[in-house]
Design a protein around this ligand. Sequence first.
Ligand SMILES: [Zn+2]
Length: 304
Amino acid sequence: MRSAAAFCVLLGALALQAQPAAPHLIAPGVWFLLGDGLKGYSNTTVIEMQDYLIVVDANYPARARELIAIVKQLSPKPVRYVFDTHAHGDHSYGNSLWTAAGATTLAYAGILAEMDRYEPARWQAAEAKREDVRSLHQNNVERPLKTFTKSPYVLEDATRKVEFLYLGWGHTQADGYVWLPRERLLCTGDGAVNGPRNKLWDANLTNWPRVLAKAMRLQPRFVLPGHGEAGGVEILNGQRRFLLDLYGAVNAQVQAGKPLGEITVHLPARDRSWVPKDLAWDIEATYMEITDHQPAGAIPHAWK
Ligand SMILES: [Zn+2]
């Protein structure tokens, strides 16, 4: 009996785990939806305007299909814009599903050059691994239908003001942020994540902390990251400290003449939430940026 009861508890726990997190109402008309990290999904924010909705990040196709259904439960208003915070597949590969559903995909203009630089190689690599990407029968990511070059790009009506920002080359060359000035709410994409979930290979590791300092000067009350739980400005600060500490630690050893293979990094406890199990790729990207005297993302590199 005891083992049967324990089995039921286990089943219950598994069922709970399998349930996607419910949308979290952050402010009136602003929902945050946590993406399932095991499926590679990014987070999503839904912003209600007077007559329509804005979705932040198109996500992977399977998640985009889920979101299209979930969003209908949140509000009867149509999704007019879907903002890609950057070119990575977990944020943009669902674009064509949203446009087929009637939305206009939107991004900072630099995303087009990012996609031209890395695609369709990354799309093809994702097709080899992901059924949801294969299921679209496309040979490339659908580019955002609308882009802006002047930051901020503003959408405003009687109920809300939304600013789409470009703050410089950080996580990628074309990171877009979404800022709601009245609510003091910032969607960061992967410019800041809450946890050890970032990829540094397309980054400018010298400039990224400056970009985050700019974001911190907005003094956000709510920070909605591309991955991990929502929080406040501590997410921006934590991501920034991790990058500074990583760069400082690698740079000290480069200056001491150590080759890449001999560099070991022990970061302070404050960085714990951002340190991946295997730091080797982060160390390599930082090493390359320092020794090549150009942003890691500017050096030809394979997707890791
Ligand atoms: Zn991501």
